[in-house]
Design a protein around this ligand. Structure first.
Ligand code: 13P
Length: 287
């Protein structure tokens, strides 16, 4: 069934969980994500990022995301990830996504504020959909060697600015920069836990972690305790898919069609998401 971003985040806060928010640019990843959510009966967010348009358009994979979420026994949010424009959010809402992130973090503050406000208004017009927006800069692939500028506090989100931004826009959740990076970690992440506490207090809404793959169970737990309720996760799952496909080709070089690779990839992503869910929802699953 579809649930709202707000309800998923409230579940996280009430039960001491980080809600897994996984990118599913391919059907293999999408099916694995829904299967894992159903296996554990936990809320999960499936999301499509604008940067993955060349893999599958939001109209194509998004229709499958909405349909599978609606007919699932698990509570699922269908979310637009890193929309770089108002129009991309609108495309997602038209497909049936019930939540969206507008990423204006690299824009001047006033422009980020203005477009985020417009996105919140749009979400209201579509019957009250969830909105996430970002302040502070998350290093990533485009910054060269991944992780080399992790720990550069000048890129981190300022709690006072976060307060003003959330108060003025009325967003549901705030994506913030506090030490994680997108993509593969080439250096140890340096997470500023005190900053997460300050951000949660001053922003007054749940904090979203981007660059969620590659952290240790202990790092996730500490972030969740301090107010991170949405954990965006992609690279390490898709990497597991690639490794499984490569392994199959080595072990069975006579493979002459593509579909067995898709199955191997889906099984590997399933295993990867399963471990993630066991970690992020540990306190809830223990009960
Ligand atoms: P990773 O690919 O580093 O896990 O980050 C995912 C993400 O933040 C998507 O918004």
């Amino acid at each position: 069934m579809l649930i709202s971003l707000k309800d998923a985040l409230e579940f996280g806060e009430k039960n001491g969980c980080g809600i897994a928010s996984v990118n599913t640019p391919t059907l293999e990843m999408l099916v694995a994500a829904i299967d894992v959510a159903e296996r554990y009966g936990v809320p999960l967010i499936v999301q499509h990022a604008e940067v993955h348009e060349p893999v599958n358009s939001i109209e194509n994979i998004g229709s499958a995301m909405v349909e599978l979420a609606k007919r699932s026994s698990a509570p699922i949010v269908v979310h637009v990830d890193h929309a770089e424009s108002f129009d991309y959010v609108k495309r997602g809402f038209e497909v049936g996504f019930n939540s969206a992130m507008f990423d204006g973090s690299r824009l001047p503050y006033e422009e980020n504020l203005r477009i985020t406000k417009e996105v919140v208004e749009l979400a209201e017009q579509y019957g009250g959909r969830g909105v996430e927006a970002e302040l502070g800069v998350m290093p990533g692939r485009e910054d060269g060697e991944h992780g080399n500028n992790a720990g550069d506090a000048s890129l981190y989100t300022d709690p006072e600015l976060a307060h003003d931004f959330v108060a003025e826009t009325g967003i549901t959740a705030l994506a913030a920069s506090f030490g994680t990076v997108h993509g593969l970690y080439k250096a140890e992440p340096k997470i500023d836990y005190e900053l997460i506490t300050a951000l949660r207090e001053r922003a007054g809404v749940p904090i979203v972690m981007h660059g969620g793959s590659g952290l240790s169970p202990e790092e996730y737990r500490k972030c969740i305790k301090r107010g991170v309720q949405k954990i965006n996760y992609y690279t390490y799952a898709d990497k597991a898919a690639l490794e499984a496909a490569k392994k199959l080709l080595v072990e069975e070089p006579e493979t002459f069609v593509f579909s067995p690779l898709a199955v191997a990839a889906r099984n590997a992503v399933d295993k990867n998401f399963d471990a993630l869910v066991q970690c992020l929802y540990a306190d809830y699953l223990k009960r």
